[in-house]
Design a protein. Structure first.
Lengths: 204, 204
DNA sequence: TCTATCATGTAACCAGTTACATGATTTT
DNA sequence: AAAATCATGTAACTGGTTACATGATAGA
């Protein structure tokens, strides 16, 4: 038995494992299904290089195995993978861990927010309004998907992550609107002088 | 003039640039201030290796420059960096871009949610409850910081990112509670048979 | 037939994390 | 005097993104 290097969980790795639960697949088919089911909104499968690297790591780690190598003359050679015993076990562990344990992934927006004070209140408002507009658009898309406007809806549990994304997007938009209002009304405001003063207090 | 490799924005890179706005600093002092101001909640400065690599890249890219190399005999040698003209310009561009443009960063929780259906409704509820408990704790911490229980509060704009994080955490907790309720009441439920059926419909 | 899109993958590079090192100060 | 923590950094590894390739099919 070969040595299997350890592997840390990632959204894409989890997804590959679960894709193979039902039947063996080749990489492109995994990607196709991920898109078909709309899961490409929650796992980044757009840059396929990452998919291939992830599959490779899973293979090295012994969580998936090569089932066969197909050769259809129209296409390049395709390697079909299947889930191993270890892969089945690990996929469950990862799933529970990722669901139960929140982890700070340091998204870029809050980091940027923490320096918004270097803009003036006016410019800040203008910039946040652009963000709000973009969020309204994604929210519309989500709404359309969830309301079944694009064809009959599958069982609700299969769209639960979309419901989550919608809820979070709506929450961010609400927050943005409230801040924008306060910027407009002047309830939230600052000056560089005031901030320099405060910085002094903190640093001595 | 040397060739400057391009550099993509990241929360940490942005933070380094803004730290140098006021005065030149050495790496450890940047880290110290980031923590002192509580910004370590929104930029990952816990693994310092990343800080050094980021500083190095900013240096290569010509956005920061070496001001001097200090030698205090108590400490290892420390390199002091300062912001360049280009760095000042780029920091503004990045800030506006990161504030105005939402970007999907594919966090792990929604990805995991999309496979929650492979657990039974019972187990799903139990796992989500653990997550909710963890969120309640962070929420308490945030609340304490924002209410000024740890000393006098600086100007509100300097805590805006914390307000954001609180709002998002609260929203996630609310969503979790509603789903947990539906799982408990049976309003949200599924069986493996039903899912297999639906899968068939989609794949043909 | 030209162009777009599907189908498929590789190579090279960029970014982030873990683990390791080491001496000084402060606390117990 | 031992243990903890501060102060500082490097090396090695894991993971993710950009850019490049190439042939097939479908639509205009």
């Amino acid at each position: 038995m070969a040595e299997h290097p350890p592997l840390r969980p990632s959204p894409l790795a989890l997804t590959v494992l679960f894709m193979l639960l039902g039947e063996p697949l080749h990489p492109y088919e995994m990607q196709r299904r991920i898109k078909l089911w709309g899961k490409d909104q929650v796992v980044n499968v757009a840059q396929r290089a990452n998919l291939y690297k992830t599959i490779d790591r899973l293979h090295q780690a012994g969580l998936i195995a090569v089932r066969q190598t197909e050769r259809d003359q129209r296409f390049p050679e395709r390697t079909v993978y299947e889930l191993t015993e270890a892969g089945l076990r690990v996929s469950r562990e990862w799933l529970v861990e990722m669901l139960a344990t929140p982890r700070n992934e340091f998204p870029r927006f809050p980091a940027a927010l923490s320096f918004m004070m270097t803009l003036g209140p006016e410019e800040a408002r203008e910039v946040l309004e652009r963000r709000a507009a973009a969020l309204r658009e994604t929210l519309d898309d989500l709404q359309r998907v969830l309301s079944g406007a694009d064809g009959p809806l599958p069982p609700r549990i299969t769209l639960i992550e979309t419901e989550y994304v919608r809820a979070m997007t709506q929450a961010e938009l609400d927050w943005l609107c409230s801040v924008i209002d306060e910027l407009r009304s002047g309830a939230l405001s600052w000056s560089q002088a005031e901030l320099a003063e405060a910085a002094h207090q903190f640093l001595g």
